[in-house]
Design a protein around this ligand. Structure first.
Ligand code: MTE
Ligand code: MO
Length: 365
């Protein structure tokens, strides 16, 4: 075997081709939120979605060093104790994988086969990234900031550390945090123990886990995860556009009870309170619409005002008079920037940023 053998372009499933063993292997490692766990304001860490490109590294908080270097006045490195002494801020953030929705696309991009469950909301505690950059002193020639994790692997024939870049302006203005706690506890291994970046509003790929280095560079960063992966393309060889912030999405907590195999829902007739969560990385969600007849007519759901914090999800609810028979429930989110979730989002080769509306078929008895 040679590394070159793995340097294939992203593949699309053939017509009628089912989930492959490679996709199943990814799906068994990288799990989504069980949709009923949308009931928690804060996702308990074991129920938060997980996405790991390579292996979860074995790490130790006592020995951990984070270096800040490159185009800075004074390179610094920090241990966990020093970072804790720099300040402490807690931010509620909804993270979503950029590949959420991919497995429902036709043709299906072969990769982690998310349906719509690659989301979770946590309170992350750490020090603002801006404070670390200011401590090191950003030099005039700095253009991008490169974040490197401790995990290492091969992706389409390219051996690499997991790395992502942000522009200096994005790094300073995004309220990003270098976090050591999730929901008041040390980060679990799969979520980046002992230290990770959290970039509120951005798709998950920006929030580098097992963060060991922050390097300011004087040219636009062209690493794999910025320039090759995470680009919206319709043709394999085009440069495409960068995946950045989270598009608006609403998800219903599936009502009633499920069939084990198909997860088809059974709901007793009468008054049913439909509930769910809606979020957007561009601006807070300010409206959620719901349809109980497959999109023929729409009503406004009521939004919970108390959860309208930052860019974290908001809960919504709607009282439905459920009549016997089969019904298709669907929801769509609007945000304060004027973005509206589409019923069907346009296709792209990576299956990125696809916020096609959820459709949930229920049998009312
Ligand atoms: N070091 C490192 N950071 C990473 C990843 C990774 O594979 N390695 N995956 C990214 C992707 S694609 C996503 S969606 C989020 C997932 O974060 P979570 O597993 O804490 O939900 O982590 C991001 N940060
Ligand atoms: Mo992701």
């Amino acid at each position: 075997m040679t590394i070159e053998q793995f340097s294939t372009k992203g593949r699309l499933a053939d017509v009628g081709e089912g989930i492959t063993a490679d996709e199943l292997q990814l799906a068994a490692r990288n799990h989504g939120i069980p949709l009923e766990a949308l009931r928690y304001d804060l996702t308990p860490p074991g129920l938060h979605y997980v996405l790991v490109h390579y292996d979860i590294p074995l790490t130790n908080a006592y020995e951990w060093r984070l270096t800040v270097g490159g185009c800075v006045e004074q390179p610094i490195d920090f241990g966990l104790t020093e970072l804790r002494a720099m300040g402490r801020q807690t931010v509620r953030v909804t993270l979503e994988c950029a590949g959420n929705g991919r497995a429902n696309l036709d043709p299906r991009p072969i990769s982690q086969p998310w349906l719509m469950e690659a989301v979770g909301t946590a309170e992350w505690t750490g020090v603002p990234l801006a404070a670390l950059l200011e401590a090191a002193g950003i030099r005039e020639d700095a253009v991008d900031v490169v974040f490197t994790g401790a995990d290492h692997g091969v992706e389409r024939g390219v051996e690499q550390d997991y790395q992502r870049g942000l522009s200096v302006a994005e790094a300073l203005d995004s309220n990003a945090l270098v976090a050591w706690e999730m929901n008041g506890m040390p980060l679990p291994p799969q979520h980046g123990y002992p230290l990770r970046l959290v970039v509120p509003g951005w798709y998950g790929m920006a929030s580098v886990k097992w963060l060991r280095s922050i390097e300011l560079v004087d040219k636009p960063f062209t690493g794999y995860q910025n320039a090759v992966a995470y680009r919206i393309r319709t043709e394999p060889d085009e440069a495409g556009t960068a995946v950045t912030r989270i598009e608006p999405r609403a998800l219903l907590i599936p009502p009633g009870h499920p069939d084990f195999m198909s997860r088809h829902r059974f709901v007793p007739a009468g008054e049913v309170t439909l509930q769910g969560r809606a979020w957007s990385g561009w601006a807070p969600v300010d409206r959620v619409e719901i349809s109980t007849n497959a999109g023929a007519t729409w009503q406004d759901a009521s939004l919970d005002a108390s959860s309208n914090e930052d860019l974290a999800w908001r809960s919504f609810s709607y009282e439905w008079q459920a009549t016997p028979g089969e019904h298709v429930l669907t929801v769509r989110a609007h945000d304060k920037s004027g973005r509206v979730q589409p019923i069907e989002a346009p296709w792209n080769r990576g299956g990125f940023a696809n916020n096609t509306a959820q459709r949930l078929t229920v049998l009312v008895q």
